[in-house]
Design a protein around this ligand. Structure first.
Ligand SMILES: [Zn+2]
Length: 644
């Protein structure tokens, strides 16, 4: 565990105000664009976007409207994630009109809830009496998990208990049902309820929620319940999917403690791992934590794109095999990187090791942010590392890859998930522990916490992700005594620290520099170099062989056709030449552009030719991957061929 068994905690979003040159605009987008836009989509008010029917379905379930449920079995979750994003947004920018709308939608959710606590508009309207009869496909526990997360967030943000009380009733029903003999070996098809019940336990301190989460985790891989389900009397088809259940797809190939590789559906796997990390920390279960470590290493050392994307296969949205990371047919769902950030943050919190935050930061700054356009109104579900738009044809192995963000999706898990994640990014910045504060992500703002018994206010200024310059001021009404720990990220070169104006060479503990604070206030700074660097891949990744990518600090860079002309595959980067950087305030809202020297192929043959290609010198211009696809549609590539 973290340090002598101590518990690290995140700050409440009510105790922080992000004020940061990079993130302010991202947070503004959530509040001013994504939340209103997504409400319009949930209420089917956006011309040209696929109808969501989300709110309408709940109105039908509540008896307020006639009609038939439409959409996916988990359609309710789009509203749950939207409510969670609203909760976080209200902590940043109070908005009585928005809060009133959210309250009304919570009223609707409560009206759609059945007397026994059950909530799911699909089953309630189409198949009443068949709840929890198809856990493999039904997503009821996944949907419950998202509503529980929304309820906790809304309570924390507003102090209003209505949704929390309602979701406790649902959680109580889940505990009763899934502890009964009939369901004693049942597990969720799509994980999420585990981490949600842990969150509900942390808020309510009701032991039964934690115990149920732990049971679900411990049952997985030990039971054939999901294989037997179709023979049970109340079973009904949801997706008319007669394929046999594949245990690996649902992370059930072995008991979780014995698993050696992250398998199956990537979002499911990483939501499960998030719940496992929470439970491992809460129960001080070293065996479970060992499994989390093992699976984390497998994901990040063998199955993750350099962008923090995971789940490389468009078929079944799944992990495939070690080093199978194709760039142009990558799936890398936005939700999977969100889940990776959630899992990594939990691992940092439970273990006290800074290195897990490298992964959380990578996923957030690259794949998660790439998921939304600069206007907040279109989204990527799939996050390829290489795109040739004409190749992205239906009924091919790249059918899932889209060269442009879409207004919405029939299966719209990603857009509201991005909204709630970006809106809560301030929760990644600090952990508090016994007499210590830990700075994880370098995001400016004002953060209120306790250092020991002393309330403190920490003001952070950061020039990331463009420059490695961070300063902190800690103020208290009493004399300070405690430790300030600052994460040294994997990309920091030549780290330099000062405390109250004096340079120091602090000890490093689990990847954090440790500064001892005394006096009434303290000023600290952390400077480091983070020049753009070329990165190379393990040769066991065939897709990246003979290629390099550019990374600067947490940001991965890419080529776009707009800057480099067509046929990006004809460009080669010269690894012997230095990279140059330039901040361009007018480009994409202000970004640092990286330029590299190299060459361009000159081709005058047909499809094939015995004559070797010619070469001409070229300058390659790269922008941050998270901002790709915001100009004219065209080719994009993260990995570039090396000049040889
Ligand atoms: Zn998604």
């Amino acid at each position: 565990m973290a340090r002598n068994g101590q518990r690290l905690r995140e700050l409440s979003l009510r105790d922080l105000t992000v004020d940061d040159g990079f993130w302010n605009e991202r947070l503004r987008l959530v509040t001013d664009e994504m939340i209103p836009y997504q409400l319009d989509t949930l209420m089917d008010r956006v011309p040209g976007a696929p109808p969501s029917r989300c709110v309408r379905n709940l109105r039908i379930a509540a008896g307020l409207e006639q009609g038939t449920f439409e959409g996916f079995v988990f359609q309710d979750t789009d509203l749950a994630k939207w409510l969670e994003a609203v909760a976080y947004s209200l902590t940043r920018k109070p908005d009585p009109a928005l809060e009133k709308t959210a309250d009304e939608l919570i009223d609707l959710v409560c009206q759609a809830q059945r007397a026994d606590g059950y909530l799911n508009s699909y089953f309630s309207t189409l198949h009443p009496g068949h709840q929890f009869c198809n856990l493999k496909e039904g997503h009821e526990l996944y949907t419950a998990g998202h509503f529980i997360e929304a309820a906790v967030a809304y309570f924390e943000a507003t102090g209003k208990e209505k949704l929390l009380v309602a979701m406790c009733r649902f959680a109580d029903l889940i505990c009763r049902v899934f502890q009964s003999p009939e369901y004693e070996d049942a597990v969720p098809g799509h994980e999420e309820i585990e981490l949600a019940l842990m969150r509900l336990y942390e808020t309510t301190h009701r032991e039964r929620y934690r115990a149920m989460a732990y049971d679900f985790i411990n049952r997985r891989g030990t039971t054939d319940y999901l294989s037997r389900e179709a023979e049970m009397p109340r079973f009904i088809d949801v997706w008319h999917d007669r394929n046999p259940y594949i245990p690996e797809y649902g992370q059930a190939q072995a008991p979780v403690r014995e698993q050696t590789a992250a398998e199956g559906h990537a979002v499911r796997a990483l939501y499960l791992l998030s719940g496992m990390a929470d439970a491992a920390g809460s129960y001080e279960d070293e065996g479970l934590l060992d499994a989390c470590r093992r699976l984390y290493e497998n994901v990040t050392q063998r199955r993750m794109y350099i962008t923090g994307g995971v789940g490389s296969s468009g078929t079944l949205e799944r992990f495939t095999a070690d080093f199978d990371l194709p760039n142009d047919s990558a799936y890398a769902e936005s939700c999977a990187s969100i889940a990776l950030a959630m899992f990594s943050k939990r691992m940092a919190r439970v273990t006290g090791e800074a290195r897990f935050m490298d992964t959380a930061e990578l996923a957030l700054y690259n794949t998660v942010l790439a998921g939304v356009a600069l206007d907040g109104k279109s989204f990527f579900y799939v996050n390829p590392l290489e795109v040739t738009p004409s190749f992205c044809k239906p009924a091919t192995d790249k059918a899932h890859v889209e060269p442009r963000r879409r207004k919405w999706f029939g299966c719209a898990c990603c857009p509201p998930n991005i909204a709630r994640t970006v809106a809560s990014v301030g929760g990644y910045v600090f952990f508090t522990g016994d007499g210590e504060l830990r700075l994880n992500l370098f995001i400016g703002g004002t953060y209120k916490a306790r250092l020991g018994e002393t309330p403190v206010t920490v003001t952070v200024q950061s020039e990331l992700p463009w420059k490695g310059r961070v300063s902190l001021e800690v103020k208290a009404r009493e004399c300070l005594e405690g430790r300030l720990l600052i994460r040294i990220p994997d990309y920091a070169e030549n780290p330099r620290f000062t405390l109250n104006g004096a340079s120091l060479d602090p000890p490093v503990e689990k990847g954090y520099a440790v500064l001892e604070l005394t006096g009434w206030s303290a000023r600290a700074s952390f400077d480091f170099d983070m020049p753009a660097r070329l990165f190379y891949a393990d040769p066991r990744v065939p897709a990246d062989a003979g290629k390099a990518a550019v990374k600067k600090g947490p940001l991965v860079y890419c080529l776009e056709e707009t800057d480099n002309g067509e046929t990006l595959s004809g460009l080669q980067i010269d690894p012997e030449e230095p990279l140059s950087e330039r901040f361009e305030p007018a480009l994409l809202g202000g970004v640092t552009v990286v330029e590299a020297r190299g060459q361009r192929t000159v081709w005058d043959g047909g499809l094939y030719s015995a004559k070797p290609p010619g070469r001409t010198p070229a300058t390659l211009r790269l922008i941050p991957y998270c901002f790709w696809g915001n100009r004219e549609p065209g080719e994009m590539a993260v990995w570039m061929r090396l000049k040889c």
